[in-house]
Design a protein around this ligand. Structure first.
Ligand code: NAD
Length: 327
């Protein structure tokens, strides 16, 4: 659902999938439905628009819908997919705020369908190797995480800079990777957050659209994280994890790949697989076989990041530390 930039990347990557396949299309643009339908062999009867897609209920060829639309649309669209009895895969951020996220989780539970979030890095080999090393104690007690996520955004008229469609600015789009990364790299849920916002361009980044936010997270063990989210600096895609016995560094850490990294034991050498190919095959396994991923990708995982985002915006507005209760 939503045949835009990222959906094109997912669709191309899915041509190498072993388990997942495009069996339906949802778009508001008839020409895209024709073009994609012909390209990916989706028959006319399995092409829908935003008015009639509830009819997927009667289409046995469709197991799940991948919602790849602007952030503000995820909530209603996922709930409609669930009501049609289909599993939902939703792009990040799962919704605009935690309240919406909770409604989506409840709707999917009521309909008996799964809700997954497009966290492709949760299946990425070098990322998973760092998670394995940390969880097996190879870095010792974890003390610190640093996440730097950003890029200089172009076209000022795009939906990503429109508060109504994006729900915010860089934090909703790229800063969320630092939040999510802090959680899976440290291996704990944060219990407090502090945050500071700076804005150098009030024309491009209007009220409610964050340009740059620095934020800090505290974890139950005493570990701390220091993160940067920005739409106004390039070459920021780095995770650093520090423990009493070692460290891990990923740079790039969240780009489409290859992810590169090293630890105190040397360079990470796990082979690169196109993230979206791996993700969609693994998600098919979760949906069709009930597989459990090492790092979760379910609605609760998406909700935790939304709770942190809500708290970051509150911390920026008030200047005060916000307590977090994610579990
Ligand atoms: P995009 O602008 O390229 O595509 C959005 C699509 O939604 C377009 O085809 C557009 O026509 C359609 N659309 C439907 N209703 C719309 C409306 N009311 N207003 C505007 N567009 C509407 O955006 P994108 O880069 O594909 O991002 C889509 C989603 O995917 C976002 O939630 C984004 O955060 C997420 N995303 C995730 C990753 C990742 O690596 N996981 C990467 C890029 C984007």
């Amino acid at each position: 659902m939503g045949l835009g930039g990222y959906a094109s990347r997912v669709a191309e990557s899915m041509q190498s999938c072993k388990r997942a396949k495009i069996t339906g299309l949802i778009s508001g643009t008839p020409a895209k439905l024709d073009e994609w339908g012909a390209k990916y062999g989706v028959p006319e009867g399995s092409r829908y628009n935003y008015e009639n897609f509830d009819k997927i209920k009667d289409n046995p060829d469709i197991d799940a819908v991948y919602v790849i639309t602007p952030n503000a649309l995820h909530h209603d669209q996922v709930i409609r997919v669930a009501k049609a009895g289909k599993h939902a895969i939703c792009e990040k951020p799962m919704a605009l705020n935690a309240a919406e996220g909770e409604e989506m989780i409840a709707a999917c539970a009521a309909a008996g369908v799964k809700l997954l979030v497009g966290y492709r890095l949760h299946f990425e080999a070098k990322t998973l190797e760092v998670v394995r090393m940390r969880s097996e104690g190879e870095f010792g007690k974890i003390k610190f995480f640093q996440g730097q996520c950003g890029f200089r955004i172009g076209d000022p008229n795009q939906w990503r800079l429109d508060k109504a469609l994006a729900g915010g600015g860089a934090m909703m789009d790229i800063g969320i990777y630092a939040i999510n990364g802090a959680r899976y790299m440290v291996g704990e849920e944060p219990i407090w957050v502090t945050a500071q916002e700076t804005k150098t361009d009030t024309v491009k980044f209007k009220e409610g659209v964050d340009e740059t936010i620095l934020f800090q997270l505290g974890f139950p063990s005493g570990a701390v994280a220091s993160c940067l989210s920005t739409y106004n600096m390039n070459y920021l895609d780095r995770f650093f994890l520090n423990g009493e016995k070692g460290f891990a560094e990923l740079q790039p850490s969240t780009g489409y790949g290859p992810i590169e990294g090293r630890t105190n034991k040397g360079k990470l050498t796990q082979p690169h697989v196109t993230h979206q190919t791996q993700q969609m095959d693994e998600m098919a396994g979760i949906i069709l076989d009930g597989n459990e991923p090492v790092v979760p990708v379910d609605g609760l995982e998406g909700l935790k990041d939304l709770k942190v985002i809500d708290a970051i915006y509150r911390a920026c507005a008030t200047g005060e530390r916000q307590e977090l209760k994610l579990v």
